[in-house]
Design a protein around this ligand. Sequence first.
Ligand code: SDX
Length: 395
Amino acid sequence: MEGLDIENKQQPNSLNLRPGLEGVPVAQSSICDIDGEKGDLKYRGYSISELAEKSSFLETTFLLIWGELPTSKQLKEFESQIQMHRRLSFRVRDMMKCFPESGHPMDALQSSAASLGLFYSRRAIDDPKYIYDAVVRLIAKIPTMVAAFQLIRKGQDPIQPRDDLPYSANFLYMLTEKEPDPIAARVLDRCLILHAEHSLNASTFSARVTASTLTDPYAVIASAVGTLAGPLHGGANEDVIKMLEKIKSPDRASSFLDQAIKNKEKIMGFGHREYKVKDPRANLLQSFAEELFARFGKDEMYDVAQAVEQAATPKLGPKGIYPNVDFYSGLVYRKLGIPKDLFTPIFAISRVSGWLAHWREQLSANRIYRPTQIYTGKHNRTWEPLEERSSITKN
Ligand code: SDX
């Protein structure tokens, strides 16, 4: 990106400067455990492959936020509370109708999530009922916001949630106005499980920093949504599809990759600060894509993606750069008929559970985040009258 130092390559030095806080533990957490060398990911001690196979997104959300799998009574209560709170106030819907259709759905989501703070302004973060109610509202309403903006930007009125549909099926219904195929709804629910939590990634760190000032949970989630939107983070899943569409066919993958590496460009959907092997979520997402292809027909972009991975492995693998969660997720969403600029909002729908788990954990042992800096500016300057100033070059 022109003019942006997107790869600030300052290295740790004797002053202990750690750009991007790489390798610096800033919190103790019991929510998620990543083994980047082995490519292993666990939520509260449970492997994501087992949760993706046997759990539901709401059950996994309960586990992440409260630390234990819910009893049948707790899960039923949680599911019915979520179902009761899916609707949006007409004020939020009317506000969304003022958003420009050309706006990115992540900006629409960040604005709408933040607006909830206007309706629930009481801040009682030491009250477990307040915390439970905020968790229910956010988990319940975020999908409705994403679906509402999709219909509104097409010039239509958003449709109300269907109380008879479970979480992921209802989201697809609100998005497409059609009851989804049960297999499609189950695949989406499993994708939401996979994207729910990932320790101190940038957006979760944002959530914790915002939470540490004791502001309301709606501001915490709005901060995190804004952070997730960036192409180096959750925004990569949309850029992967744009890259595959540019490559067009498998036989062009290798030359595209050589050119990108020569130009020192980042291959979207590759690389990770933690994983030095293929992201375990990428493997699971590939299997979900293949399950959908078996049922609904192949997507030729999948062959392009596999050709990119095949061509990249010998070139980038030795540097520990492999596909991450964003490389195959877009191919699943494409097959579900979801527009590519909604891929990151779907990541956000899922990650709200991880952000809320970290919000609670931060509050349980809070210390406001306030790192320090190494000052590299000028010293002891005096003010110069206008006529004595020489023009400075703007960088
Ligand atoms: C997510 O943190 C999380 O947990 C995030 C996430 C989650 O669940 O929350 O997993 C979700 O954000 C996944 C990442 C999605 N982003 C992308 O796919 C964008 C492309 N990836 C890169 O921008 C990068 O890999 C990052 C941002 C993901 C990680 O960056 P780091 O750890 O800061 O690594 P780096 O930029 O310092 O790169 C180290 C080296 C460099 O080469 P040298 O200059 O040392 O020779 O690896 C190279 C980089 O150029 N490199 C890549 C590359 N990623 C790193 N080279 C080509 N293509 C890439 N994708």
